[in-house]
Write a protein that binds this ligand. Structure first.
Ligand SMILES: [Zn+2]
Length: 457
């Protein structure tokens, strides 16, 4: 059998169970992770798993591999990914693995890994792969302990978040693992909760657990309107991402959620630094600065954002994909459930109704993510050429992740995906004419750099 190089991705390990991601391979990954942790002076892993049907047996293989290196394993069972991050802090190991396929279809599973406080990505994941190819392992015999962490996690959120008044909300867990704790958690902080798909079911029989796609929010939108709730919250398959629906049925995408979170943080911590990824609306940094904060734009990707958060000590970070990281009263990891609880807290503290709070948020005319699919590896080469050819007279150019140009009235972005051979584009402006003009400038750049491209706009 050939080695499944393709499962070692930019931010995680991911593949189709029993095909590219087998139990034997996961055991070898466990061996490599154990050896890598020991080389950094760490000898205890926390492991957890989401609600996928393959999770139990893959988790056992993972534990077997880690134990064979001599590292100990604390198995916290079926939990949201943020509960795993929380547990690595509680047990002071900074080291853990979540068996999760996140928002991918049921036949997928994967691993999100951290060692010594660092989330593995890019070269660090390649290093694990190389250890397996070289059989660079160590022999030992660790011990396995099972611990229940869901109640400690829930209690910590409930003790941290205080609601000034009760709120009527709908939560949609999409049958993901968030359902294992979400209802208790939101009732615990004082919400009147209507549940949608909170039974953990790895077949995802209702809709795909990915709140970044509008089609997956339709059930939540209907339920919010039917029940007259103040708002709705949706979580992805492993509950590290949050989606929000306003009472009028409109979606509050993460960059506009970040407006509310940033204002609330800047009230408590004047001058705080807030990080956002290159896909976010330019109204976010403008609003952060107008409220006295320091706005820092950074590369897309939860491991990049987490690394920047650690290095800078910023109070908050957020990505357009829905990963929100609170680093003021929370541990600086992406946690959809905690972000949802903080949204409840700030809405309950506001004198206005939820409807008025959401309605008053500034907005722009913008495109969703547009995708230009290319052959393997080609998208990086084209991105480099585009960056060489880019000359924008009236815009501020940033090349921290692809090419983003901010104009007075909007922005354009082209960036290479780290997970698929695709260029991702996004455009926004305050006016329809502005949007056309910005798209026109980017179209000119693309066409003059490479003729024959079939552009998605
Ligand atoms: Zn996720």
């Amino acid at each position: 059998m050939s080695f499944p190089h393709e499962i070692f991705k930019a931010y995680d390990i991911r593949g189709i169970v029993d095909h590219s991601l087998t139990n034997d391979m996961v055991e070898l990954i466990g061996c490599a992770l154990g050896a890598e942790a020991l080389s950094q002076g760490v000898n205890t892993f926390v492991i957890g798993r989401d609600g996928r049907l393959s999770g139990v047996s893959l988790g056992e293989s993972l534990a077997k591999g880690i134990l064979s290196s001599g590292c100990d394993v604390i198995d916290i069972g079926q939990v949201p990914t943020p509960t795993l991050y929380f547990a690595t802090k509680e047990f002071q190991t900074g080291t853990g693995v979540q068996v999760t396929g996140s928002h991918n279809p049921p036949e997928y599973n994967g691993l999100k890994m951290m060692i010594n406080g660092t989330t593995l990505s890019g070269e660090l994941i390649q290093k694990i792969k190389q250890r397996i190819l070289d059989q660079d392992f160590v022999q030992g015999s660790g011990t396995l302990e099972k611990r229940e962490m869901l109640s400690a996690y829930r209690d910590k959120v409930v003790s941290d978040v205080k609601l000034k008044r009760p709120l009527k909300v709908v939560i949609d867990c999409g049958n993901g693992v968030g359902g294992a704790v979400a209802t208790e958690l939101f009732r615990g902080i004082g919400c009147d909760v209507t549940e949608l798909f909170c039974e953990v079911d790895g077949n995802f029989p209702n809709h795909h657990p990915d709140p970044s796609q509008l089609e997956n929010l339709q059930d939540l939108i209907a339920e919010v309107q039917k029940t007259g709730a103040e708002f709705g919250m949706a979580f992805d398959g492993d509950a590290d991402r949050l989606g929000v629906v306003a009472p009028d049925g409109s979606v509050i995408w993460p960059d506009r959620q970040m407006l509310l979170f940033s204002r609330s943080i800047l009230e408590a911590t004047p001058g705080a630094e807030i990080i956002f990824d290159v896909k976010c609306s330019q109204i976010l940094p403008a609003d952060i600065e107008a409220h006295g904060g320091k706005a820092t734009m950074w590369k897309t990707g939860h491991s990049f954002i987490k690394a920047k958060l650690r290095e800078s000590g910023a109070a908050l970070a957020g990505e357009m994909s829905g990963h929100i990281f609170f680093n003021d009263r929370w541990g600086g990891f992406d946690d959809g459930l905690y972000a949802g609880a903080r949204l409840c807290e700030l809405i309950a503290a506001n004198d206005q109704s939820a409807s008025d709070v959401f309605g008053a948020l500034p907005n722009t005319i913008n495109t969703p993510e547009l995708r230009l699919e290319m052959a393997e590896g080609e998208h990086y080469a084209l991105m480099e050429e585009l960056n060489q050819n880019a000359h924008f007279e009236n815009g501020a150019v940033s090349k921290i992740d692809g090419l983003r140009v901010d104009f007075d009235d909007g922005f354009g972005l082209i960036r290479p995906s780290n997970t698929t051979p695709t260029l991702i584009m996004r455009f926004e402006s305050h006016t329809e004419e502005g949007l056309q003009r910005i798209q026109g400038q980017f179209r000119d750049l693309l066409i003059s750099t490479r003729s024959g491209l079939e552009l998605p706009f």
